[in-house]
Write a protein that binds this ligand. Structure first.
Ligand SMILES: Cc1cc2nc3c(=O)[nH]c(=O)nc-3n(C[C@H](O)[C@H](O)[C@H](O)COP(=O)(O)O)c2cc1C
Length: 340
């Protein structure tokens, strides 16, 4: 019977446990150059010291106007690679593996003078109206994702996550609410996401897994639900996604009728449904910071990996404490043994 501290292997990614730190924007690039700094180094390396199996570096954008804010990480330039390599090497030295989330914010790029999107539909009444990308620009955007993934591989990451959730650019393409295009990228809502996955895979070693984060459900009126997301996830699986990271929402103003739960494990049923329908490994996320609950999600085979976000903002040693509470064996840094 698997548990939170069972090892996990997919392709050549071998994890010492099932605990994942999900991507969490730090909005801390003070120089606005997209380059990771001391904050990012401390933030990620401390979670590796804390026993996390896999750390996913926050949303890292493929072009300057793909950032939510100018304080986000980027991978549009080779100059952004060395600071990430330094983080990767340090994380590895503490026994954890590390992935990076590659993204574009699309119409949710708050600091862009003119955000871009599939269609010229603003996020809400306070947002700028985005400019619809031309067909050639969409193809160019796929290439920007390709180059960012190339740089991430060069930086030494163990896996790549593509951000197809939370109302950012890829999500904007596969949602009928935000994609009103009449070209090939509107007739086929998953074409852009599929091309991004294919381009990423072409840059990745064959044995490196690609993780696809999706919002499995939208919370606005007229948005898609789990049946539709199972269908588009199938298209992404066929394009090369190896693991699905199941989140939800983020597409627009939340309508009262569709508000997401704030209770523990609120997105686990979505992860389980994608896992069952597609027979793919999935990562669950959302209010899973009670170790007993996180352990049950693995034991009940609802997900293959469990992510703890805000729980790890509170406590970088979440994993070590979980092992103690669940009475599982895990390596504790010798300097900290007295604490456990
Ligand atoms: C400060 C913060 C920043 C976040 N940034 C990202 C991000 O860069 N990419 C992403 O996909 N999700 C992001 N999220 C969502 C988390 O990855 C996670 O899905 C969410 O916090 C729910 O998990 P939790 O209940 O364990 O915190 C962020 C969440 C927080 C709290």
């Amino acid at each position: 019977m698997e548990n939170l501290f069972s090892t996990y292997k997919i392709k050549n990614l071998e994890l010492k446990n099932r605990v994942v730190m999900p991507p969490m924007c730090q909005y801390s690039v003070e120089k606005k150059d997209g380059i990771a700094n001391e904050w990012h180094y401390q933030h990620y390396v401390s979670r590796a010291v804390g026993g996390t199996g896999l750390i996913i570096v926050e949303m890292t954008d493929v072009e300057p106007d793909g950032r939510i804010t100018d304080y986000d990480l980027g991978l549009w330039s080779d100059e952004q690679v060395p600071a990430l390599t330094r983080i990767v090497d340090a994380v590895h030295s503490h026994g954890a593996k590390v992935a990076i989330q590659i993204a574009h914010a699309g119409r949710k790029a708050e600091d862009a003078a003119e955000p871009v999107a599939p269609s010229a539909i603003p996020f809400d009444e306070n947002s700028k109206t985005p400019r619809a990308l031309t067909t050639d620009e969409v193809k160019g955007m796929v290439e920007k994702f390709r180059l960012a993934v190339r740089r991430a591989v060069k930086a030494g990451f163990d896996a790549i996550e593509i951000h197809g959730a939370h109302g950012y650019l890829i999500h904007q393409f596969h949602s009928p609410l935000t994609n009103k295009r009449d070209d090939e990228y509107g007739q086929d809502l998953t074409k852009f996401g599929r091309e991004v996955i294919e381009a990423a895979k072409a840059e990745m070693p064959a044995d490196m897994p690609l993780i696809m984060r999706i919002s499995a459900k939208e919370y606005v009126e007229g948005g898609y639900g789990i049946e539709e997301s199972i269908e588009f996830a199938k298209a992404y699986k066929d394009a090369g996604a190896d693991v699905f990271d199941i989140s939800s929402g983020g597409e627009g103003q939340i309508a009262a009728w569709g508000r997401p739960g704030t209770h523990a494990a609120y997105q686990v049923p979505l992860a389980r449904q994608i896992k069952e329908a597609l027979q793919v490994p999935v990562m669950a996320v959302g209010r899973l910071d009670d170790p007993t609950l996180a352990n049950a999600v693995i034991g009940n085979e609802e997900a293959d990996l469990v992510q703890v976000g805000r729980g790890m903002l509170r406590n970088p040693y979440w994993t070590l404490e979980a092992a103690k509470q669940l009475r599982k064996e895990t390596d504790v840094p010798k300097q900290y043994e007295a604490g456990f």
